[in-house]
Write a protein that binds this ligand. Structure first.
Ligand SMILES: Nc1ncnc2c1ncn2[C@@H]1O[C@H](COP(=O)(O)OP(=O)(O)OP(=O)(O)O)[C@@H](O)[C@H]1O
Length: 376
């Protein structure tokens, strides 16, 4: 069974950051917004992300989303997911409310899993330049999305780790501790196995991205060789050490690295290499979503040409052209885009968006405001 591409037909934004009212109509393939610094390009990608996650990718609780001197913002999107779907977001004072098909969303996870959106943005590139815990969280997010039961195992594993810590402090009997130590191993083992499987698959996909990155990227996990018996033994033998310093052994401590030419890309990669690596990882992630969830996510690439020379810009566009996902991206004014590329380019200025090919503008209809406010 082939995967279905998710895409957005239209985004309407009102009172979000610098925007008064903007309507953005998108194609199912590549879409590029070009504009001056500070014109609000990233904000439009942020609007798409807000619909899927209810929060920004720049900062989890952003107090500046509402336009200065306004009291709330609205976003309304027409999506295509098997059939047409409407998603809207209203926000005020750091709080957001999501609505799907006009109904309040109770569990945000349901929306982010049904409307997958992957973002690569200079403000939020934690996979490459963040701490190890960021990469671990990213990897675990992916295994939770793809493999059944992992979320439950994760929850139970962490509960067992905490409970053992509490009991160690209360100096309870060895038997009591052993119950929780067995649980740690029981729930920890499938997490380790799922991570190993996911890393193998991601690395195979990253080899296919070598045309983009020049040298293959490699994701690796620095961890002990887990084995049920040794793990349990280790937990039993190191109780007093764990009581002093906490449990520093297990999937919650393992380190995820991304290597490029045998070195860690976060310290050894150039800015351009890091940019391409981050996009290649999004491509691999996209393929994993198609494989396991049969849905092709929408890709948001902010400042997509950042730090890339002309050859690499061309290489990136050639790669994106062959990607089955809808791609929404931004670039600053002055970029030159080859005319043979099948890409919808829209220029953003204080008057809103204007199609670069036809020069036509799209403005918000009177009734839209009402619909958006009602949706919110
Ligand atoms: N709450 C707010 N009210 C009004 N304006 C805001 C608010 N928050 C941010 N801004 C302004 O909105 C704009 C947001 O810009 P955004 O980051 O979307 O621009 P951009 O076109 O992506 O810029 P760049 O090319 O520099 O990355 C900036 O000019 C910023 O100063």
């Amino acid at each position: 069974m082939s995967a279905t591409p998710l895409y957005i037909r239209e985004v309407k934004v009102r009172h979000l950051r610098c925007h008064d009212e903007v309507v953005w109509q998108c194609e199912s393939g590549m879409n590029l917004i070009v504009g001056a610094n500070g014109s609000g390009k990233t904000t439009l990608l942020e609007a798409v992300y807000l619909m899927a996650f209810g929060r920004s990718f720049r900062q989890a609780r952003d107090p500046f989303l509402v336009k200065r001197d306004s009291d709330r913002f609205f976003i309304h999107g027409q999506w295509q997911r098997y059939g047409p779907m409407n998603l809207s977001v209203a926000g005020r004072k750091g709080k957001t409310t999501l609505r799907l098909q006009g109904r309040d969303v109770q569990r945000r996870k349901d929306v982010s899993e049904s409307f997958p959106v992957l973002v690569e943005a200079p403000q939020g590139r934690k996979i490459i330049d963040g701490a190890s815990g960021e990469r671990r969280r990213w990897l675990d997010g992916l295994i939770i999305t793809c493999f059944q039961n992992i979320a439950t195992y994760y929850e139970r594993y962490l509960r067992a780790v905490m409970q053992r810590g509490r009991l160690l402090r209360r100096r309870v009997s060895s038997d009591e501790l052993e119950v929780w130590e067995q649980q740690i191993v029981h729930y920890g083992m499938p997490i380790v196995q799922a991570r190993e499987k996911m890393i193998t698959e991601l690395n195979q996909l990253l080899i296919e991205e070598v045309g983009l990155t020049e040298h293959p990227l490699m994701i690796s996990m620095t961890m002990p060789e887990y084995n049920q018996q040794n793990w349990l033994l280790r937990l039993q033998e190191k109780r007093s050490e764990d009581l002093r310093v906490g449990l520093r052994y297990g999937p919650h401590c393992d380190v995820v690295n991304i290597h490029f030419q045998q070195r860690e890309i976060r310290s050894a990669g150039s800015r351009g290499q890091q940019k391409l690596a981050a996009i290649a990882i999004k491509m691999a992630e996209c393929a994993i979503w198609s494989r396991y969830r049969r849905l092709i996510p929408v890709l948001l690439l902010d400042d997509c040409l950042e730090a890339l020379d002309r050859t690499r810009q061309q290489r990136l566009f050639n790669r994106l052209q062959n990607c089955p996902a809808q791609i929404l991206m931004t670039a600053p004014e002055g970029v030159e885009i080859a005319s043979d590329l099948n890409i919808r380019i829209q220029l953003l200025d204080t008057q809103g968006l204007c199609d670069s090919a036809t020069g036509s503008k799209v403005s918000m209809q009177e009734d839209t405001t009402v619909v958006m406010e009602e949706a919110a």
